[in-house]
Design a protein around this ligand. Structure first.
Ligand code: DHB
Length: 304
């Protein structure tokens, strides 16, 4: 059996497949369920300083090759989230705490709290494509990305991952800014800004209007971003965007990813997601004579 274990910024994962933020992440019970179903690690829903109800429905629509969603960063707030983390930690595997804030002061407060709850690493949401004053509105600016990353790094001991938006001219420039702020890894890509119009109503389908496009349709964008980042930064890259098979996973590893996240595929494969992907990647490694998932990282780069 080919070796699926990967190490990312000191975290050991049994397999490279991490449950992405926002997927089953609002409760500890569902995060624990993903870990028991074979996820290498899980990322929580992005948590802020105060409870947020999110946007009214509809918040998600299926489109060709994926989904568009605009949930509005619904979450119970950092104080209430402690008990969810406790439950998520039960299976004994890495839990990564995703946080979003309006500035470095909020990020630092959230980071310290999350660390005190016992998570293995933090993921900074600098990439939500539509929440005013949060996410990509901060992460599209390299100076702000560096400042927030550096402030969080100075405040905690656990590894800090920065999740990047593809909705920029150069994701490599933003990746470099995160790296220079001390990030231990970058996560690429968050969703692409997208919209669907209801032809009968003559209005956008989602209550918010635009949302984040995810699923198989964005995979070529994600691959190009990971490929560019691999040439630009030395820190590990966690690749994501439209992974739904072992072949997709292999493509991201070859482009430069050291670990992977999955989101939209969970809606189709449910609890079978992680065993399915691990089995398929394992078969790919054997049939293509790779000894390990680790040994594939970045192999699409360089000479002939
Ligand atoms: C939401 C947040 C995201 O980071 C994203 O990519 C899509 C949606 C949200 O909560 O609305």
């Amino acid at each position: 059996m080919a070796e699926l274990t990967v190490d990312i910024a000191g975290l050991r994962l049994q397999n490279p497949f991490i449950l992405a933020s926002g997927i089953w992440g609002e409760t500890g019970a569902t995060l624990a369920r993903a870990l028991r179903a074979g996820a290498g690690a899980v990322v929580t829903k992005s948590i802020g300083t105060e409870p947020r109800p999110g946007y009214p429905n509809p918040t998600i629509v299926e489109v060709p090759a994926g989904f568009i969603n605009a949930m509005g960063l619904p979450n119970p707030g950092i104080e209430a989230y402690k008990e969810e983390i406790e439950e998520a930690l039960q299976p004994g595997k890495p839990v990564i705490g995703s946080i979003f804030g309006a500035d470095e002061r909020e990020f630092v407060k959230l980071a310290r709290k999350m660390e005190s709850y016992g998570v293995s690493a933090l993921e900074l949401n600098l990439s939500c494509p539509h929440a005013k004053g949060y996410g990509a509105q901060l992460g599209q600016d390299p100076g702000i990305t560096k400042k927030i990353t550096a402030a969080v790094k100075a405040a905690v001991k656990i590894p800090v991952f920065v999740k990047l938006t593809p909705n920029v001219a150069s994701i490599a420039a933003i990746g470099k800014a995160a790296e220079s702020g001390g990030a231990d890894a970058v996560v690429a890509i968050n969703t692409l800004k997208g919209m669907a119009i209801d032809l009968e109503l003559g209005r956008p389908v989602l209550s918010h209007g635009s949302g984040g496009y995810s699923g198989p349709g964005i995979r070529p964008v994600g691959i190009a971003c990971v490929y560019d980042l691999f040439e630009a930064v030395k820190i590990p890259i966690i690749g994501m965007g439209g992974i739904s098979s072992g072949d997709d996973a292999a493509e991201y590893l070859l482009a430069g990813a050291a670990a992977l996240q999955v989101g939209s595929v969970v809606y189709k494969k449910r609890d079978r997601t992680f065993t399915h992907l691990s089995r398929e990647l394992s078969r790919f490694l054997s049939s293509h004579h790779y000894k390990s998932a680790r040994s594939m990282t970045g192999k699409a780069h360089g000479g002939p």
